[in-house]
Design a protein around this ligand. Structure first.
Ligand SMILES: [Zn+2]
Length: 109
């Protein structure tokens, strides 16, 4: 199943709305709200995306999902990564040099 919300392809997680603790609490206090709450939870069972929790997962072979796959397959720039790393590596040295210069200046004054 494909999630149009975040692009995850995974088996949808089965999620029951509400809380088990609230269910137990209602059963202990009053029987009838407990029954109603249990029925409500059973009727609101939904298959959601395991990553983002979106309930609108669609089959991964549906035309909409395939369209999204093709859009995601666009080539990504890989060269920008190396330049970013080198610039980050160079920056601390520059900062250190400037700090050293300032120290010399303050020492001289
Ligand atoms: Zn998702």
């Amino acid at each position: 199943m494909y999630c149009p919300n975040c692009g995850t392809v995974a088996k949808p997680k089965k999620v029951t709305k509400g809380s088990f603790l609230i269910e137990v609490f209602l059963w202990l206090l009053f029987i009838i709200p407990g029954v109603i709450y249990s029925l409500w939870r059973l009727t609101t069972k939904a298959e959601v995306c395991p990553k983002c929790g979106a309930p609108n997962m669609i089959p991964s072979d549906s035309p909409k999902a395939l369209q999204a796959f093709n859009a995601a397959k666009k080539p990504r720039r890989t060269s920008s990564r190396s330049t970013r790393v080198t610039s980050r590596m160079a920056r601390p040295d520059i900062a250190r040099d400037e700090r050293a210069k300032k120290k010399k200046e303050t020492a001289a004054a």
